[in-house]
Write a protein that binds this ligand. Structure first.
Ligand SMILES: CCCCCCCC/C=C\CCCCCCCC(=O)SCCNC(=O)CCNC(=O)[C@H](O)C(C)(C)COP(=O)(O)OP(=O)(O)OC[C@H]1O[C@@H](n2cnc3c(N)ncnc32)[C@H](O)[C@@H]1OP(=O)(O)O
Length: 188
């Protein structure tokens, strides 16, 4: 998807196989965790990204840049833009493949400034799978799904077991999340 993608994916991959229960085209995806910086609605200065399934390998997410997200006056901070892509790419992996996975590597190309008040349309695509490694990339377009590309990103997500979150995270919060999303099959 990215025009800077040389040797992408960097290893031989299989075509991604969307999960049989993956949400259908046109589905608006819910908040996966209300305290998530990327999508949560209980994080004041969070990114509040919203995502919709475009087809069986593509999810389109929107991120509207607010004054809390500035780096230079009136312009989005680059690190926050990377965070927006992390969320959009992770949501694409999680919702279409329905496997627990974490970001192993994320690279971002900033092509043009992103002003406060603008909305990035992040069009993310599953590129391939090699064992536990899931390759995904995205274009961030300014103010429309077919707007000019301002930011691009590529990432490797690595499939993990639920023990990853139990061992390293907050097990109690995870159990509560699992109870709210019984269909995720992540109950310990
Ligand atoms: C049932 C569920 C249903 C879900 C339903 C969906 C609902 C909504 C879904 C979802 C929305 C979510 C949206 C969130 C988005 C945000 C995501 C984040 O920000 S995640 C936080 C940041 N990331 C970390 O904290 C990881 C920290 N790193 C680690 O824990 C480990 O390093 C880990 C797990 C990534 C790998 O460790 P190892 O010990 O398990 O495995 P090793 O062998 O090291 O790596 C596996 C393979 O990956 C390659 N690899 C790993 N890291 C690499 C890297 N940086 N560069 C290149 N290759 C790498 C390795 O070379 C290896 O490859 P070879 O299998 O040998 O070919």
């Amino acid at each position: 998807m990215s025009d800077t993608a040389q040797n992408w994916p960097p290893v031989e991959v299989q075509d991604p196989k969307p999960h049989p229960d993956a949400p259908a085209k046109g589905t608006t995806l819910g908040v996966h965790y209300s305290h998530c910086f990327g999508c949560g609605d209980e994080v004041d200065a969070g990114l509040r990204i919203r995502s919709t399934v475009d087809d069986d390998t593509v999810v389109v997410s929107t991120f509207t840049v607010s004054p809390e997200h500035q780096g230079a006056p009136g312009l989005a901070h680059g690190g926050l833009l990377s965070a927006a892509f992390d969320e959009a790419l992770g949501s694409t992996v999680g919702n279409l493949l329905r496997v627990p996975a974490v970001t192993g590597r994320l690279e971002t190309d900033f092509r043009s400034p992103v002003p406060v008040g603008s909305t990035l349309y992040i069009v993310a695509k599953l590129d391939g799978v090699a064992g536990r490694k899931i390759y995904v990339s995205a274009d961030g377009r300014l103010d429309a799904e077919d707007g000019p590309v301002a930011v691009q990103a590529r990432a490797l997500f690595v499939t993990v077991g639920v023990e990853h979150f139990l061992e390293h995270g907050d097990a109690q919060q995870l159990r509560e999340l699992g109870e709210r999303h019984a269909d995720w099959d992540i109950n310990p």
